[in-house]
Design a protein around this ligand. Structure first.
Ligand SMILES: [Zn+2]
Length: 239
């Protein structure tokens, strides 16, 4: 069996308590529901301040890293989008004074604490409205968010899923200009269903991003695993 097929067989046998095909909130579902873009909330789980310049840098970095995964799909197996824009529509913070801008380019949510961290309005969140309807979001569907970029002071490593990506605020801010922000890239992989490889390795495959610690960028093998998710899910979108 090819390494790629080994991976998919493992996914089918272990994923999501057998709900692999029933789950409807993969990154794939989100991109397709929006017809080709993703909206974000930044959860500023930090005591530090943010300038307007830093706000825009955080957005630009998120978009640049995200594009590395989306570019893997261009021209592949009927994938319909050449570009998947990443927008930041909201910021969640404990204290409004931490955000050093006065313009209204993003919605701001103050001291809405969930999981001991600031959270954007739940009625606007895809995680809480998986049917894709946002009747109680103040800005309507246009201001909904699909994922959260959750930056936490002193957080080691990362976490990722359909809800977004979480990592250390210090790590993110120190790597704004990095070519490959490997923790973010790895966690975005999880958002699109990719697994960890803590306890097994596909035959004959060397280092790759989703095998944490063995690569710092998206490898050919990561790219093919990513495409394989689309290959297995695309029929649900009529492709
Ligand atoms: Zn992981």
């Amino acid at each position: 069996m090819t390494p790629l097929n080994q991976v998919w067989q493992h996914v089918e046998q272990t994923y999501n308590n057998g709900n692999l095909y029933g789950f409807r909130n993969y990154g794939w579902d989100q991109v397709m529901a929006n017809r080709g873009y993703l909206n974000f909330c930044v959860r500023w789980d930090s005591t530090t301040t943010v300038t307007a310049t830093q706000r825009d840098q955080i957005h630009a970095t998120l978009a640049r890293q995200y594009k590395k995964w989306m570019d893997v799909m261009v021209g592949h197996n009927a994938w319909p989008y050449r570009d998947v824009p990443v927008r930041v529509v909201g910021w969640a913070v404990r204290d409004r004074n931490q955000l050093q801008w006065s313009d209204s380019s993003v919605d701001i949510y103050v001291n809405n604490i969930r999981e001991n961290a600031p959270q954007c309005s739940e009625p606007c969140g895809r995680f809480f409205n998986q049917n894709g309807q946002y009747p109680n979001c103040p800005g309507g569907a246009a201001r909904h968010y699909d994922q959260s970029l959750w930056l936490t002071d002193g957080f080691g490593g990362g976490a990722g899923g359909d809800w977004g990506q979480r990592m250390g605020r210090e790590y993110f801010m120190a790597n704004l200009n990095a070519d490959n922000m490997h923790i973010l890239l790895h966690e975005i992989g999880h958002t699109f269903g990719l697994d960890d490889f803590y306890d097994w390795t596909p035959s004959g495959v060397g280092g790759f991003l989703m095998r944490a610690g063995s690569a710092n960028s998206i490898t050919e093998f990561d790219a093919w695993m990513f495409r394989d998710w689309w290959r297995h899910l695309k029929s649900r979108y009529g492709y």
